[in-house]
Design a protein around this ligand. Structure first.
Ligand SMILES: *[C@@H]1O[C@H](CO)[C@@H](O)[C@H](O)[C@H]1NC(C)=O
Ligand SMILES: *[C@@H]1O[C@H](CO)[C@@H](O)[C@H](O)[C@H]1NC(C)=O
Ligand SMILES: *[C@@H]1O[C@H](CO)[C@@H](O)[C@H](O)[C@H]1NC(C)=O
Ligand SMILES: [Cu+2]
Length: 667
């Protein structure tokens, strides 16, 4: 009996996780994805010789519709529509499908420059081609290697000033296993293969030079393959929540302490956080903070300008899909023991739903930090101490774009802060070389000799975030509070001080910021004030400031001019989401945040979007080899005169946690 009851409870728990109330921003369900493909294949488009689905996602209802639904949530959602980018007979189509009426609302051929997201399926097919291509097989033989040990990868080719529209092509470099699973550190340098993705055929091949193949020894990272001695171990450690998790998941809506927000999976952006609101104890209601936030682009240019490497300037969101490259998270290692997991779905090239199980984990983080404290020993005769521990809520996804792994965290704090974290780990992109010692190198090798015959090439990672903040309402302004040095009038011994000079940006040009000067950057609601009259706002607390070092006229940089400033503000425009343009593969920079901002629209007391680019210049070091310890960066959105006072003043100290009896259960 007891066990039947337990099974029932577990079932109920699972049901409560998987169902929940529908929400207008819910990602397409597997059955909706199937419907989209069926509707398109059943239309006249379906009779086309060649039809591939490059992107299938929710066509979001307009903002006012979502907000009005939210003010009175019902089971009845605004019409569910899908936005599809398809390749049909070598043309790019933008299709909108109404899922209720099962009709194609619109179908437009896109004739501009740039190509849609590459599918995993076509990359896999392109990677296979070389392995049965006689000239390639010959090249492998010539090197005395075994073709069955070769693995290939599709690299986007960028744009380097070509005038003609060109074809959808990738370059397909190959790598060698030969006793290691760490293929990326064993490149078969000197061979170039170009594949036409629409024709799915090799259209160019060259084998110019045989380079030494970096050795397999010392490249393994699997515990099962690593030989002793091993490093000192930590003692077992875990986080225990005897009363279960402190958050609730209703469909895609997550609520925890004073926060509520919606979490969706997008094949291009990965995690999308929407409608984040925080409960204000003073006002007795939820207040809006962010309408939508997600990674908009992830630009990774390599700094080797030679023939074999110059084109390696990747746009991981627009070309490969941060969501498409997401990997299932492993309980207990990718996320702590108290994590709860969520699945994600996207459409493959045939329009069929693909599940990524455990694509997100959600957990409460407690790492022994302090939320606030004070010891008062200044009062004679007594010592007062008051401390609150820091517990936060984390949403995590990991995307593995080829060699690199990115850990993307959204962390919500009771204090009202939203912290965004990016962790870089995985494998460096390595170039094979004849050098075996630093002293031999008389020329620039564009990187660091990591081990014999292996150069880790210098590169950047620019992660651009789309942050549609709606601080206590739609109409917001962007304020720069500059810290300005002042001279005194000499009436006291002090000669100088600084003061905050606030400037409200009128147009987009006023809001292009190179970080570095002393200034607080705020998104405020100029229509609302605190009791004592300060403008209600949130400020961006940036991470380390990184600016591009490529020339503005260099082709990769033309495509990535959105990295020219660390911070931009644009007026809200539903179709301006992707900083590198909707069609990023082989883009020419004509549809970027830089171009939009050049319209110099009004942004004062408007619905505005904040864009922030987090950057890393990465000189590889030997410790990054053969697998890289995580390098972290991030930023924080922090309430600034949003609350009347410390919002976590009125949290009670936590109860003492009674550790459960961890000895093995009696049979
Ligand atoms: C785009 O190209 C297609 C196919 O060549 C053509 O039918 C259509 O008229 C073009 N559209 C525009 C806006 O140029
Ligand atoms: C919205 O963005 C699109 C794409 O950049 C642009 O064509 C359109 O003119 C914009 N609308 C406004 C009102 O700025
Ligand atoms: C833990 O449980 C075992 C088995 O039920 C029991 O014998 C033991 O006394 C318990 N230990 C503590 C510290 O409660
Ligand atoms: Cu790097």
């Amino acid at each position: 009996m007891a066990s039947t009851f337990t099974v029932l409870l577990v079932l109920l728990f699972l049901l409560s996780l998987s169902s929940g109330h529908p929400h207008p921003l819910d990602p397409l369900t597997p059955s909706e994805i199937n419907d989209v493909a069926e509707i398109i294949k059943g239309s006249k488009l379906g009779s086309s010789e060649k039809l591939t689905f490059q992107f299938v996602g929710l066509d979001e209802p307009n903002k006012p519709i979502v907000l009005s639904w939210l003010s009175k949530p019902t089971k009845k959602l605004p019409p569910r529509r899908a936005f599809v980018i398809a390749r049909i007979n070598e043309h790019t189509h933008e299709i909108i499908v109404n899922l209720a009426s099962r009709l194609i609302v619109s179908d437009r051929v896109y004739n501009g420059t740039g190509f849609p997201l590459l599918t995993n399926d076509e990359q896999a097919a392109a990677n296979e081609l070389s392995l049965s291509y006689p000239p390639f097989i010959e090249s492998i033989k010539k090197r005395g290697l075994d073709i069955t040990e070769v693995a290939c990868s599709s690299f986007t080719v960028g744009w380097f000033g070509e005038k003609n529209k060109g074809k959808r092509v990738v370059k397909v470099p190959c790598f060698y296993q030969g006793g290691t699973s760490n293929i990326y550190v064993r490149p078969l340098e000197g061979i170039t293969t170009v594949v036409d993705l629409d024709k799915m055929a090799i259209i160019e091949y060259s084998d110019t030079q045989v380079f030494p193949l970096p050795k397999a020894e010392g490249t393994e990272y699997r515990a099962s393959k690593i030989k002793p001695p091993f490093a000192a171990m930590t003692k077992p450690i875990t986080v225990v929540q005897p009363d279960g998790p402190g958050f609730k998941i209703d469909g895609h809506t997550i609520s925890w302490t004073d926060w509520v927000f919606h979490l969706a999976f997008d094949v291009r952006a990965g995690p999308v956080i929407s409608l984040a609101s925080i409960f204000d104890l003073n006002k007795g209601k939820y207040r809006r903070v962010m309408y939508k936030g997600h990674v908009s682009e992830l630009f990774v240019p390599y700094m080797d300008p030679t023939e074999e490497w110059y084109y390696r300037t990747f746009f991981d969101a627009g070309e490969f899909g941060i969501g498409q490259c997401a990997v299932p998270l492993e309980p207990l290692t990718d996320c702590p023991a108290n994590a709860v997991f969520m699945d994600g779905y996207y459409a493959n090239q045939d329009g069929k739903p693909v599940q990524i199980s455990n694509v997100f984990c959600i957990f409460e983080r407690y790492g022994g930090d302090i939320a606030w404290r004070h010891t008062e020993s200044g009062i004679p005769g007594k010592v007062i101490r008051e401390v609150r521990p820091e517990v936060s809520l984390v949403v995590r996804m990991v995307t593995t774009v080829g060699n690199y792994d990115y850990i993307l965290d959204w962390e919500f704090k009771q204090s009202g802060s939203i912290k965004v974290g990016v962790g870089l780990t995985g494998i460096l992109e390595v170039k094979a070389s004849s050098y075996t010692h630093e002293e031999q190198m008389k020329e620039d090798v564009y990187g660091t000799l990591l081990t014999e015959n292996s150069i880790g090439i210098n590169h950047d990672h620019f992660v651009t975030y789309y942050l549609d903040l709606d601080i206590d309402g739609d109409d917001n302004s962007f304020v720069k509070a500059k810290m300005q040095k002042m001279r005194t009038d000499g009436s006291t011994p002090r000669k100088s001080y600084w003061t905050a000079v606030r400037e409200t940006a009128k147009t987009e040009a006023d809001a292009r910021i190179h970080l570095g000067e002393a200034a607080d950057l705020l998104v405020v609601n100029p229509n609302k004030k605190t009791r004592v009259g300060n403008q209600i706002g949130y400020r961006l607390v940036p991470g380390s400031a990184t600016s591009p070092l490529l020339s503005d006229d260099d082709y990769p940089q033309l495509r990535a001019l959105f990295t020219k400033y660390n911070v931009w503000v644009t007026p809200y425009n539903k179709s301006e989401n992707w900083a590198g343009g909707l069609y990023t593969d082989q883009s020419r920079g004509d549809d970027t945040l830089f171009e939009w901002s050049n319209r110099n629209r009004d942004i004062k007391n408007e619905d505005i979007v904040l864009w922030y680019t987090l950057g890393f210049h990465h000189i590889p070091y030997q410790e990054d080899f053969p697998v890289m310890p995580t390098l972290s960066g991030g930023f924080e959105l922090r309430p600034s005169n949003f609350f009347e006072s410390n919002p976590i003043l009125k949290t009670k100290p936590p109860k003492n946690v009674i550790l459960p009896n961890c000895s093995s259960p009696s049979p």
